[in-house]
Design a protein around this ligand. Structure first.
Ligand SMILES: [Mg+2]
Length: 269
């Protein structure tokens, strides 16, 4: 089990993990955030949100001096003082850029008459209706850099064909709640965690110890990519298939209470 003064890296999901599923509150986790802050342990937000959406939360959590992972791992944003970072390169995309993804989607639709609408096809009002977000938050969710959510209106048969076409273009199609997500085939929270851990490893002399915290199926890649995994009790019925070894801890509590419970379990002060 790691000590607080080990060379730790913490990767955490936001919704339903560090943030309460309903209220977005994180107060139960604040004491741990303070402790990690004093010990200079990077806390890396790892989420499906866009970089524009994460930026506000990251500021509120006072974590802006650390990188974060957005768009389900397709995008890694680096702080301005990151070694080797230049002013015009503030991020790392795994897979394809948003404009490349859009071009592929539009040309596949022209060619095969696939019936879908992505965020890039519709108005803010439509995204508000789909998501229940406010106008302001819908605008932030539409500022995409490396993945596209879409709603499929066609048949299952066409969907299978669509997925094959995407694979041939090195893109993946994954199911979220209401949306399908198109991103680079190698993109995912797990690949992003591997990439960023590699970057930290180059910067530090001592061995790193990584801890991941997440509540949903899209966190499994991240939880498999870290040395210790906290599976936070979720508000869903999906299985969270991970080894039940001593490096995996499943919490009894939801959200930020579970977040605290997991770090209490693993990290020795
Ligand atoms: Mg979550």
């Amino acid at each position: 089990m790691p000590y607080l003064d080990d060379n730790l890296l913490v990767f955490t999901d936001l919704d339903g993990s560090l943030l309460d599923h309903h209220s977005y509150d994180w107060q139960p986790a604040q004491a741990w955030l303070d402790r990690l802050g004093s010990a200079k342990v990077p806390v890396i937000l790892t989420t499906s949100k866009t970089s524009a959406e994460v930026a506000t939360v990251q500021k509120q959590l006072q974590l802006t001096h650390y990188p974060f992972i957005a768009e389900n791992g397709a995008l890694i944003k680096l702080p301005a003082d990151w070694p080797g970072n230049s002013d015009d390169v503030s991020g790392h995309i795994i897979g394809n850029s948003y404009s490349e993804i859009r071009q592929t989607l539009v040309s596949l639709r022209q060619r095969y008459d696939f019936e879908f609408r992505g965020f890039g096809d519709v108005s803010k009002q439509q995204v508000m209706d789909w998501t229940g977000l406010s106008l302001e938050n819908a605008a932030l969710a539409m500022q995409r850099e490396a993945s596209e959510p879409l709603i499929w209106f066609g048949s299952d048969f066409d969907l299978a064909h669509f997925e094959k076409c995407l694979q041939a273009e090195n893109l993946s199609l994954t199911r979220g709640g209401r949306f399908w997500h198109v991103a680079g085939r190698e993109a995912g929270k797990g690949s992003a965690v591997h990439w960023l851990t590699g970057q930290y490893r180059q910067q530090r002399d001592q061995p790193l110890v990584t801890i991941g915290l997440g509540d949903g199926p899209n966190d499994i890649g991240m939880l498999n990519a870290t040395d210790y995994a906290v599976v936070i009790l979720g508000h869903h019925d999906h299985a969270m298939p991970l080894d039940n070894g001593e490096n995996v801890y499943r919490t009894r509590q939801h959200g930020p209470q579970g977040w605290k419970e997991g770090l209490d379990h693993f990290i020795t002060l």
